[in-house]
Design a protein around this ligand. Structure first.
Ligand code: ATP
Ligand code: MG
Length: 632
C-alpha cells in the first residue's frame, strides 16, 4: 500500500510525533502522493478565531481524477463498485474502475447538457442505487457542489436543505426499495419543489419503473438524456479550497447545519484515514453499510475507498430483510474482508436469533468497524465474538460530519483496542480535554470536553451561507479551539472514550454522568435491548435520571424488572446513578442515521412536549406519540 500506512505501533508513534512537530511537512508528503494539476503554494494557513482554515492553497486538482483516472492504468479492470440490491433474488451489479469512470463521465455530461456548471449546488435525493454514487462523482467531475439529502427525508426536510443551499438542480429516482416497502421518491421531490424556486431541472433515474409525474421543461429521464452524450468528460480544474460538497448534520442536537468541505484537504484526509484505520490492502473487499446520505457514506463508502483504488460494496437494502442474516449472507457472497457499520444495526441484530449469524461462515472478514454513537460493551462483545470470531480487530471510529474523516480510532491491529473506547487519535489529530473554563486537562484518568487544538486537512471550513454559525457552533465556546460538542474520558493509558454529547450530561447532586455510561449499565440487564437516559429537573438532586428502556422479552412483573435494572446500575456505577424513573417503550426516537434524539426524550421527561423542535430527521415519528402517552 501507500508508504504512509503505519503498520506497527512504533510506526504509529513516529508518524504521530512528526505530525505534531511538523504538521505541514507531514501532510505535504502525504498530499504529494496524489494527482494534482498544479502543486499548492502554501500548505496551511489557519486561525480558529474567524475561523479561516486553508489547506494546500493554490493547488489545482479534481478529486475524481484521483478516484478514477489515476487508477485506470494499473487497476482499470479491477472492481471499483459492487452493488447488492434490496432483494437478494435480483442480480447484483459490478463496475470495474474503467466502467465506473465511463459512467461518471456520461452522467457528468448529462449534468452539463442540462445546464449544470462549476459552483452550482445540486441536491441529490436518491436511494442507494449505483446511480447515486455515480451522480455524486459526476457533480465533483464538473465542479458542481453536491448536497446529498438522505432519500428517506420528508418533503419539508428536503425543501429546507434545497433552499438553504439554493440548489439549481435535483437528481432523484422514480422510487425506492426498502425491505418489503416501495416508496415513491419522485412524489416527495414534487412536493418539496412546490416551495423551492431555485430549482430549474430535475433528472430522474428509473429504479422501479413506476409512472411518475414529469413536469414539462423541468423534469427529464436520465435514461433518455444519457443516450445522446459522450462517454468522455474532462474533469473540471478545481482549487484545493473550492467547495466539494455541503452535507447537513444529522440533527440530533438541533437544526441541521450545512457543513462545507473543500476539495484538496478532504481528499487527502479521506484516503489517509481510510487506508490507515482499516489497514486496507489491495485485495480487500470493503463494505460500509452507511447510506451515502451521511458523512460516513461520503467518506468511507465512496471517496476514501475509491481514492485508495479499493473495491467498495454498496447495499440498497436493510439488515433485517429478508431476514436478520442479510448482512452476513452478503459478507459470504462477496467475500467481504472489511465491514463497517453502526451500533444501532448491531443492537438490532443482537436482539434476533443468534443462529442468524452463526449459520454463515464469515471467514473472509479481517477487520470490523463501528461508527455513529458510542458502542456499548454488550454490543461490542457480540460483534467481536459472533461476527469477528475473536479474530478481527474492532475499530470504534469517532468522528463527525464536521471533521470529514475519522479522528479517534483504533488502527486495526496496530494501536490498542479496548471495548467501547475509540482509543487513540490518528496521526495529525490533536485532541485535548478541557474543563468548563476551557483549561486543558493534561493528566490521564480524567474526563472533560473534547476539543481539537490544531487543524487537520478535512476540518469543516464553514456552514453554508452562514459563516458566523460555524464560528458560534464550533469555534467560540473555547478560545482557539475547535469544540466537538462531545464529552470524553481519557483512561490511565491515554485511551479516549466518548461519553456522549455535552448537552446530554446529567448532573446528579454534583456528580456528572454521560448518558452512554448509564445506558451501558442498563443494557447489561439481560432483558434489555436498548435504552436511553436523560436528565430532568429534580428538587433535591438538581437533576434526576429518567430511563427509557426497550425490552427483549417481558418478564411477568415489571416491578421486579425495574428493581433489577436499578440493581444493575448500582452495581456497575453506584447508587448515585440509579434511575429515578424507568419507562418501558417499544422504540426510541432516532434520527435516520440511527442516533437517539435525546432532546425529545428530555422534553418528555420534563413534562413539556408542547414544542419538540426540529423533528424533520426523525425515523419514526409515531414512536414519539407512544412515548408521550406513556410518560411517567
Ligand atoms: P447534529 O450535529 O445535527 O446534532 P450529529 O452530531 O448526530 O447531529 P453527525 O455528525 O452525524 O451528526 O454525528 C457526529 C456525532 O456522533 C459525534 O459528535 C458523536 O456524538 C457521535 N459519534 C460518532 N461516532 C461515534 C463513536 N464512535 N463513539 C461515540 N460517539 C460517536
Ligand atoms: Mg453534531
Amino acid at each position: 500500500m501507500t508508504n504512509y500506512q503505519v503498520k506497527t505501533y512504533e510506526e504509529y508513534e513516529e508518524a504521530y510525533k512528526r505530525s505534531v512537530e511538523d504538521p505541514e511537512g507531514f501532510w505535504s508528503d502525504i498530499a504529494d502522493t496524489f494527482t494534482w494539476r498544479k502543486k499548492w503554494d502554501k500548505t496551511l494557513e489557519w486561525n480558529f478565531d474567524e475561523p479561516n482554515i486553508k489547506w494546500f492553497q493554490g493547488g489545482k486538482l479534481n478529486i475524481t481524477e484521483n478516484c478514477l483516472d489515476r487508477h485506470l492504468k494499473t487497476r482499470g479492470n479491477k472492481l471499483a463498485l459492487i452493488w447488492e440490491p434490496n432483494d437478494p433474488k435480483e442480480r447484483f451489479v459490478r463496475y470495474t474502475y474503467r466502467e465506473l469512470h465511463e459512467k461518471v463521465c456520461q452522467f457528468a455530461n448529462v449534468l452539463k447538457k442540462n445546464g449544470a456548471k462549476k459552483g452550482d449546488r445540486i441536491c441529490i435525493y436518491m436511494p442507494m442505487i449505483p446511480e447515486l454514487a455515480i451522480a455524486v462523482l459526476a457533480c465533483a467531475r464538473i465542479g458542481a457542489i453536491h448536497s446529498v439529502v438522505f432519500a428517506g427525508f420528508s418533503a419539508v426536510a428536503m425543501a429546507d436543505r434545497i433552499n438553504d443551499a439554493q440548489c439549481s438542480m435535483v437528481l432523484t429516482s422514480d422510487g425506492l426499495n426498502r425491505g418489503t416497502k416501495q416508496i415513491p421518491v419522485k412524489r416527495v421531490v414534487d412536493e418539496a419543489l412546490e416551495s423551492c424556486a431555485s430549482v430549474e431541472k430535475v433528472i430522474v433515474v428509473e429504479r422501479l419503473g413506476w409512472a411518475v409525474n414529469m413536469v414539462e421543461g423541468r423534469d427529464v429521464w436520465f435514461h433518455d438524456e444519457v443516450q445522446t452524450v459522450s462517454k468522455e468528460c474532462p474533469a473540471e480544474e478545481m482549487d484545493a479550497e473550492d467547495m466539494l460538497f455541503i452535507l447537513y448534520t444529522s440533527g440530533s442536537t438541533g437544526k441541521p447545519k450545512g457543513v462545507v468541505h473543500t476539495c484538496g484537504g478532504y481528499m487527502v484526509y479521506a484516503q489517509y484515514s481510510f487506508t490507515n484505520v482499516f489497514q486496507y490492502q489491495e485485495s480487500d473487499v470493503y463494505w460500509c453499510t452507511a447510506d451515502i446520505g451521511w458523512i460516513t457514506g461520503h467518506t468511507y463508502l465512496l471517496y476514501g475507498p475509491l481514492l485508495s483504488g479499493a473495491t467498495t460494496l454498496m447495499f440498497e437494502g436493510v439488515p433485517t430483510y429478508p431476514d436478520n442474516g442479510r448482512f452476513w449472507q452478503v459478507v459470504d457472497k462477496f467475500g467481504v474482508t472489511i465491514f463497517y457499520t453502526a451500533p444501532t444495526a448491531i443492537r438490532a441484530l443482537m436482539a434476533g436469533d443468534i443462529d442468524d449469524v452463526l449459520s454463515y461462515s464469515l471467514d473472509s472478514l479481517k477487520v470490523l468497524g463501528s461508527v455513529g454513537e458510542p458502542i456499548n460493551e454488550e454490543a461490542w462483545h457480540w460483534y467481536h465474538t459472533h461476527v469477528g470470531k475473536e479474530r478481527c480487530p474492532v475499530v470504534d471510529t469517532w468522528w463527525q460530519t464536521e471533521t470529514g474523516g475519522i479522528m479517534i480510532s483504533t488502527i486495526a491491529g496496530v494501536t490498542p483496542m479496548k471495548p467501547s473506547h475509540a482509543a487513540l487519535p490518528l496521526p495529525g489529530i490533536q485532541p485535548i480535554l478541557v474543563d468548563s473554563e476551557g483549561n486543558e486537562i493534561t493528566e490521564n484518568g480524567v474526563e472533560g470536553y473534547l476539543c481539537m487544538k490544531f487543524p487537520w486537512p478535512s476540518i469543516i471550513r464553514t456552514t453554508y451561507g452562514d459563516h458566523e454559525r460555524a464560528r458560534l457552533s464550533y469555534f467560540s465556546t473555547y478560545k482557539g479551539l475547535y469544540f466537538t460538542g462531545d464529552g470524553a474520558k481519557r483512561d490511565e493509558n491515554g485511551l479516549y472514550r466518548i461519553i456522549g454529547r455535552v448537552d446530554d450530561v446529567i448532573n446528579v447532586s454534583g456528580h456528572r454522568f454521560g448518558t452512554a455510561e448509564i445506558e451501558e449499565a442498563i443494557n447489561h440487564n439481560e432483558h434489555v435491548v436498548e435504552s436511553a437516559v436523560v436528565g430532568y429537573p429534580h428538587d433535591v438532586k438538581g437533576q434526576g435520571i429518567y430511563a427509557f428502556v426497550i425490552l427483549r422479552d417481558r418478564p411477568e412483573r415489571d416491578e421486579y424488572l425495574r428493581a433489577e435494572i436499578i440493581e444493575t446500575v448500582v452495581e456497575k456505577i453506584g447508587k448515585i446513578a440509579k434511575p429515578d424513573k424507568i419507562q418501558i417503550v417499544s422504540g426510541l426516537p432516532k434520527t435516520r442515521s440511527g442516533k437517539i434524539m435525546r432532546r425529545i426524550l428530555r422534553k418528555v421527561a420534563e413534562g413539556d412536549t408542547s414544542n419538540l423542535g426540529d423533528t424533520s430527521t426523525l425515523l419514526d415519528p409515531e414512536v414519539v406519540e407512544e412515548i408521550k402517552a406513556g410518560a411517567l
